[in-house]
Design a protein around this ligand. Structure first.
Ligand code: HEM
Length: 184
């Protein structure tokens, strides 16, 4: 996982749990990485999972709540890495239709060593779409939280329904946009 994700997790903990919390979480976690996480670096997925697990244990948060809240927090920060690809859309639906085919492809150009998840977007007609998430990292709850961040960002309400969870690696999410907001 890219250092940018670890850096965002630190900012998330600082903002939600206070300035001393991240250091205490690192001290209580057995990390493979001993040096500070830097944005362009690559670090073991296991280190991120370990930091999230310790956060849940020390702060009595469930894993689902932690991953969703982190995703919701992270979206705006990730969006700033490709600002034009986000601001060119006035509505979340066309933006989300471009997620796997444009956004994560651009991420691979910016960071060739990144391994973003596979995301397929399917247009289900006015006001509806489906996202199929697949990744060996099994971070569907993070994807759910990122979608909540998309909703905050565009200020256009939509419901998120986990329609199918074939395995933890593959999730199907169905989104329904408020009728008056459907610009796609
Ligand atoms: C402009 C918006 C976005 C940018 C720039 C972006 C960028 C990234 C980057 C840099 C990573 C880390 C990859 C790695 O370390 O190998 C990542 C991972 C991820 N992204 Fe995106 N992302 C965006 C939007 C979204 C949205 C809206 C979703 C929701 C479906 C999403 C789902 C994920 C998930 C779940 C991961 C974790 C890795 C995994 O599950 O394998 N991303 N993204």
């Amino acid at each position: 996982m890219k250092g940018i994700v670890f850096n965002l997790f630190e900012r998330f903990v600082d903002e939600k749990l206070g300035p001393e919390a991240f250091e205490a979480i690192v001290d209580a976690t057995d990390l493979v990485t001993k040096e500070p996480f830097v944005g362009p670096g690559n670090y073991p997925d296991a280190d991120l999972f370990a930091l999230v697990t310790t956060t849940c244990r020390l702060h009595r948060i469930t894993l689902v709540d932690a991953l969703r809240a982190f995703g919701r927090f992270a979206f705006d920060h990730l969006a700033k890495t490709v600002p034009d690809l986000v601001s060119c859309h006035a509505h979340p639906k066309p933006f989300l239709m471009s997620l796997g085919s444009i956004i994560h492809v651009e991420v691979k150009k910016l960071y060739p060593s990144a391994r973003p998840p596979e995301i397929v977007s399917i247009d289900l007609g006015p006001g509806k779409m489906r996202l199929v998430y697949a990744s060996p990292r099994c971070l569907g709850e993070l994807a759910y939280g990122l979608l909540e961040g998309v909703r905050d960002h565009f200020g256009a309400p939509f419901t998120i329904d986990v329609a199918e969870r074939t395995t933890d690696r593959r999730w199907t999410l169905e989104l329904a946009f408020a009728a008056e907001q459907d610009a796609a």
